[in-house]
Design a protein around this ligand. Sequence first.
Ligand code: 13P
Ligand code: SF4
Length: 371
Amino acid sequence: MATGLLTPPDVSPLPIESYRHLPDSGLEQRISQVKSELGESLLILGHHYQQDQVIRFADLRGDSLKLSQLAAGSQNCRSIVFCGVHFMAETADILSRPEVQVFLPDLSAGCSMADMADLDSVEAAWADLGEIIDTKDLMPVTYINSTAELKAFCGRHGGIVCTSSNARAVLEWALASHRRALFFPDQHLGRNTARTMGIPLEQMVIWDPRLNLGGNTEEAIDGSRILLWKGHCSVHQMFKPGHVTQFRHQFPGIQILVHPECMMEVVAVADLVGSTEFIIQTIERAPAGSSWAIGTELHLVNRLAAEHPDKTIHFLSPMVCMCATMYRIDLAHLAWCLENLARGTPVNLIRVASETANWARIALERMLVLK
Ligand code: 13P
Ligand code: SF4
């Protein structure tokens, strides 16, 4: 019997389960379809470590610095779908226009390094340090691979964000006005950068958040210029100096090109060191016939090898070093995220609370004006 009431439209999001077993070709077709439907209102950003199947759908790709600049400068879009990891999507939300919404196709795409420093431990470290040194003369510097809360901590304390592309410019800026810097969460990027600035190892201490005073004596803290948070990238720590020795022995004349998240002992024996964008540009400009072993994420190295068949490109480790969290963004999650966006049932919105976002933006903008 008719009741005169209309059945309410189904407003629940499409479930991810219905995408998991679809063939790649079908998923690719559905992704292309949404892209053409949404046109300029949709911007897909992709980090260079994404798998090939996914990165080919990115409108723009880059390293962490370039992607944050792209988010800050985006003009026409209403939605950014970020093929990267959580901290990158948060950064895009903080830097893009207020009306832009940012989505991460799989919320479990985090960064194990970013997880190594949380707000409570950094605040506890700051308080402990304040008992020994004057924190007015200590600048907090966070690698962009960190939560928005830590960027906000830096904003509140006169500090700044850096990426692997601009870490040296940022640390120079920090130490021009402050006697010391507390650098987190990546000890390797901090140490490698400080070394290029001529700061001796004796003036760097490691801060282990699980130990009293970070595992240091008061004298060591007092004599330090750089305090390095005990964090690392699980991917880049897999490259060892022995791998460099092996490649040089097996392929005389080979050049070693590594990311600054690698340990100091690897960086010390490499020919060239730089961010993901630097690594790509170096290979693009390299002469045909040159030979390289590259220490960074596997998907990028494999892509470079495929795109440059005139050069010999090796991966600098016998192990499979890939970023397992970036890899979670696959065709199924991308199609699921895009189709829900197009039908008005968006999923996986990344929204940083406004107070946190405001302070984090201050720290990010300090970085963006430097480079
Ligand atoms: P860049 O994008 O700055 O090279 O950093 C690499 C990385 O680890 C991204 O998480
Ligand atoms: Fe984090 Fe390392 Fe993956 Fe980059 S490569 S997202 S630092 S775990």
